[in-house]
Design a protein around this ligand. Structure first.
Ligand code: ADP
Length: 685
């Protein structure tokens, strides 16, 4: 998604550049006359006010003759041939071009201008036999020629409807000679504007290339590990310098003494070296496993050509450079292949790169056709090259920003990972410390239960031994006839045997309950009915002990009891609980006092029974222990438990039974005032 966004942004920028460059292009006239046999008819040129016309076509040409610079020289004695302009004059060294322009009456009084782009390599210009200007110095011998190569403009006012244009050209230094670029004519203002536009375009290209060059080199110095921005940067700077020396040759305007040979070297070297740099750049930025040797071959060829350019004069090396075109074509093919692969591999902004590369190829083809005079579109190579370099700079920006974003993402992930690790470590620490505490607790419990077990064993032994000692004592005395065979002694023996039996039964029950091995017989009982059953069932027990057993809230219960609730209980075991509580109440309460029974329903807790006595109560320090096995407060205070039949197991068994039912049992007690036992049984609803 981000890639699509980047690409569309970059495409937008490219479109803006294309549009702005097109605006800067001169507006040529739709009227395109052609010179024929040295005459060009411009009389039909109606909208001369807004358009520029090229003086293309067949000019008169005096090969190896100057018609004007040698006064008194008679042109009629020389063969005038016709030559195609723009075009190469093919192996001439010097000569004279002539063209007769036919203009309309209206144009006669107007100020006109000629734009002469680049003439290889020195010329002088006459209009109607009146000397106008020279670029460099022309001469028929090489020693006297001073080549100068930059675009010039000349302004004039035609005296008649016929204008004679004479250009003497000399070239001993350049492979291609003569008027090889189209000469433009227009109103003086238009020609001036054309020149300004061209300078503006070229300077903006130079500026853009320069900035991109600096930017890429800067990027390389910041991140030396990645070398390809350096190649791109150097390439940009080389072409910025080249652009200053071709076309409008702005540099020569600033420094007219700039040597022509050097100028041409600066024009050609960037191409020779640039091709190699470009291949190197592509190999680094879009690495391919195969075709590695290609770079080396190009390096050798480029080096050889660069040495030739540096060591020989333009006349020599410009001859050989046409050979270099083959290298350029091979490189363009190779680079295209690399970009195509990158596109297929869906590399960052590869489709954009491929698109801009195709623009470059198109502009190259355009320029080739343009310079071969097949089409008349103008030169777009610089713009194409600029687009291409711009696209690569953009691609780097995208790459770097992607890398940056990746780093950001990674560091964020890392941070999160760190945080979660820290959190995990904290959690584990807490868990471990919790575990440690639990282990400590477990250890404490274990040692406590081990103590308890020891105590229990001794308590049980003590409990059982007491009635057994009595049984043994009485029965021995009876056998030895130390006591008379009286029923009351037999009863004592019987009572103690029952006590022992109960104790053993209780202990067995408790151990089964605690290990959840006691067989329970659960059944559903209606909440509404159960309290009455409990009350009626245990009333006799209380009354037999001489107590009034009162249900304090019977009426309210009957009114408010929930009709649709159930509890699931083992009735026999629950009876065991109530019997034990009521039995205790009877046991610890003076005879004349009542025992109270109450019941209520709470949504969260279920059915709650309250059994209150007005007996002696339980000391607060004893309360936490009364549900423990064999705990008998009385046994600690006074050694009378046998009289009351205490076994200290009733409440423990009760608690286990209630636990199995999912309920709770607890007590409120005040010494001297009595105790209230609570039992809650959760409902099944
Ligand atoms: P025991 O067989 O000794 O009654 P329990 O487990 O039933 O054994 O009771 C444990 C102890 O709790 C008793 O020894 C007694 O001290 C105390 N206790 C229980 N119920 C009452 C009560 N209603 N009033 C005073 N103390 C009580």
């Amino acid at each position: 998604m981000r890639f699509v966004k980047h690409t569309s942004i970059m495409l937008g920028i490219v479109l803006v550049i294309i549009v702005s460059v097109t605006i800067f292009q001169p507006s040529f006239s739709a009227f395109m006359p052609t010179a024929q046999q040295g005459v060009i008819d411009l009389r039909e040129w109606e909208n001369a006010n807004s358009a520029i016309v090229k003086l293309d076509g067949s000019w008169r040409f005096y090969r190896q003759h100057f018609t004007h610079s040698k006064p008194g020289y008679d042109a009629e004695y020389v063969d005038a041939a016709f030559i195609q302009v723009p075009g190469d004059w093919k192996h001439a060294e010097y000569g004279t071009y002539q063209l007769t322009l036919l203009i309309s009456e209206e144009l006669k009084d107007k100020s006109l201008g000629l734009y002469i782009p680049s003439v290889a390599t020195a010329y002088s210009l006459w209009i109607d036999d009146e000397y106008q200007l020279s670029n460099g110095t022309i001469a028929p011998v090489i020693e006297e020629v001073i080549p100068v190569n930059y675009a010039r403009t000349v302004y004039f006012e035609p005296r008649d409807t016929t204008i004679e244009l004479t250009i003497e050209v000399a070239n001993f230094v350049q492979r291609k000679g003569g008027l090889w670029e189209a000469i433009h004519i227009g109103l003086a203002d238009d020609i001036a504007l054309l020149k300004e536009k061209r300078i503006a375009i070229e300077l903006s290209i130079v500026g853009a290339l320069f900035m991109m060059g600096i930017y890429n080199i800067f990027i390389y110095f910041l991140r030396r590990r990645i070398i390809y921005p350096l190649y791109l940067g150097v390439l940009c700077l080389l072409f910025a310098a080249r652009t200053l020396l071709i076309g409008e040759t702005f540099m020569i305007r600033l420094f007219p003494a700039f040597p022509w040979e050097l100028q041409v070297k600066v024009e050609y070297l960037p191409i020779v070296v640039g091709v190699y740099l470009l291949v190197k750049y592509v190999n680094h930025a879009y690495p391919m496993s195969r075709l590695r040797y290609f770079e080396k071959v190009v390096a050798v060829i480029s080096l050889v050509f660069a040495l030739v350019v540096l060591a020989t004069p333009a006349k020599v090396y410009t001859q050989y450079l046409s050979l270099f075109v083959a290298v350029i074509l091979a490189c363009l093919g190779y680079i295209g292949y690399a970009f195509w692969r990158a596109y297929q591999e869906k590399r960052v902004a590869a489709s954009f790169t491929f698109f801009c590369y195709n623009l470059l190829i198109l502009s190259t083809i355009n320029d080739a056709l343009y310079f071969m005079n097949v089409i008349h579109t103008g030169s777009f190579l610089s713009a194409g090259f600029l687009f291409f370099l711009t696209s690569q700079t953009f691609v780097h920006a995208v790459r770097f920003s992607e890398a940056n974003m990746q780093v950001e993402r990674l560091s964020k992930n890392l941070k999160e990972l760190n945080l979660s690790l820290e959190k995990k470590v904290d959690e584990r620490t807490v868990e471990l410390s919790g575990l440690y505490e639990r282990l400590q607790g477990l250890y404490a419990k274990l040692s406590k239960s081990e103590d308890e077990r020891k105590r229990l064993m001794s308590d049980i032994a003590h409990e059982i031994s007491t009635p057994l000692t009595l049984i043994k004592g009485y029965s021995e005395a009876l056998v030895d006839q130390k006591l008379p065979l009286d029923a009351k002694y037999i009863e004592i023996i019987h009572a103690n045997a029952i006590t022992t039996e109960r104790l053993i039964q209780d202990l067995s029950d408790l151990s089964k309950l605690e290990s959840r091995q006691m067989k329970m017989e659960f059944k559903e009982v209606k909440v509404k009915d159960y309290p009455a059953y409990v009350y009626e069932h245990h009333k006799a027990l209380a009354e037999k002990g001489g107590h009034d057993f009162q249900w304090v809230n019977r009426e309210q219960w009957n009114e408010a009891a929930p009709y649709d609730k159930f509890i699931v209980i083992d009735e026999v075991r629950m009876n065991q609980v109530f019997t034990n509580i009521i039995h205790n109440a009877v046991k610890y309460t003076p005879k004349e006092k009542s025992i109270y029974f109450a019941v209520e329903w709470k949504q969260n807790e279920g059915l709650i029974f309250k059994i209150r006595d007005e007996g002696k109560g339980i000391a607060s320090e004893a309360v936490p222990h009364i549900f423990n096995r064999l705990y008998r407060k009385e046994a600690l205070e006074e050694n009378q438990h046998r009289d009351t039949g205490n076994r200290g197991l009733g409440l423990t068994i009760s608690k286990e039974i209630i636990d199995i039912h999912g309920g709770k049992i607890w007590v409120d007690s005040v010494v001297g005032q009595g105790s209230t036992f609570y039992i809650s049984i959760p409902s099944k609803s």
